[in-house]
Design a protein around this ligand. Structure first.
Ligand SMILES: C[S@@+](CC[C@H](N)C(=O)[O-])C[C@H]1O[C@@H](n2cnc3c(N)ncnc32)[C@H](O)[C@@H]1O
Length: 272
């Protein structure tokens, strides 16, 4: 049984490394993940386990991978992809279109973006996509590009045929010509220098992550995304996420039937 003291130490370690908050109701969940991890490491002392988490990068990365929620699928929240297509088709859009998907989990979101952009632009050289997630195993799966039935169930069948090779009865591999347009990196959205190092993007998708953060981590993440967006670029958030009305960094804009957030630039004439 995980005592309150150890639960508090563990959730503080998680918060410091990811920004994710676990409330008291999640004690049982954390307890199970810790137990499983300790067994894998051959450890029987919780004290020793916590020491390992604090001193060994590999151990903390494995633990983070165990506690993250990787739920995602192709064409999730399709209205955002439709809005992206509309924005990209606007006149004089600079090329290549650059998009960041953070967090990208196992890759379904950035590959969906790649499919939509290829349909709209009809040339893979006209777009570049970067996917980032803190979970090392999710990034490994994303790079592999192999998906099961559940992941592709919302994808229109003509795109499944056009962009995937079926490799087993219920397994599909994303085709190389589209895979090449998406680069994946393991990283933390709260790491300012890491995020800055990714370059500049016209669009950033940050969906279904901020809901797990507290206000402080949310603000840090939004500031980092502001820095990585080009002036006049757009931020897409999940349906349960929004930017405070009082924020001066972004202006909510209605595109198609959804709200996206336009970066308010310091100097308007720099906008693309
Ligand atoms: C529910 S998934 C969202 C995936 C995708 N954006 C979507 O909406 O389908 C949340 C992801 O956030 C990742 N994550 C959690 N904390 C993170 C952090 N601090 N930096 C980057 N990724 C993080 C998790 O590993 C997980 O894969």
């Amino acid at each position: 049984m995980l005592t309150k003291l150890y639960f508090d130490i563990l959730r503080e370690i998680i918060y410091q490394n990811t920004g994710i908050i676990f409330d008291d109701k999640k004690k049982y969940f954390i307890e199970n993940r810790v137990k499983e991890h300790m067994e894998e490491l051959g450890l029987s002392s919780l004290k020793e386990y916590i020491y390992r988490l604090k001193t060994d990068r590999k151990t903390i990365k494995e633990f983070i991978s165990k506690i993250t929620v990787n739920e995602t699928y192709f064409y999730r929240e399709y209205y955002h992809l439709r809005a992206l297509a509309k924005l990209v088709q606007s006149e004089n859009h600079p090329l290549p279109v650059k998009v960041l998907s953070i967090p990208c989990s196992t890759g379904e979101e950035p590959y969906s973006i790649a499919i939509v952009l290829n349909e709209v632009l009809e040339d893979t050289n006209k777009f570049e996509i970067v996917g980032v997630d803190i979970d090392i195993h999710a990034i490994k799966k994303a790079r592999e590009g192999l998906y099961g039935k559940r992941s592709v169930s919302k994808l229109p069948s003509q795109y499944l045929e056009k962009y995937f090779n079926q490799v087993e009865e219920e397994k599909w591999m994303i085709k190389d010509f589209i895979k090449r347009r998406v680069k994946f990196y393991e990283g933390n959205i709260l790491d300012r220098f890491f995020v800055k190092g990714l370059g500049k993007f016209h669009y950033v998708f940050c969906k279904n992550l901020l809901i797990y953060f507290d206000e402080k981590a949310r603000t840090q993440a939004i500031n980092n995304l502001y820095d990585v967006l080009m002036d006049g670029g757009f931020l897409f958030l999940g349906h349960a996420e929004s930017i405070s009305r009082s924020s001066s960094l972004f202006e909510p804009v209605k595109v198609e039937d959804t709200i996206v957030y336009k970066k308010v630039s310091e100097e308007e004439e720099d906008e693309w």
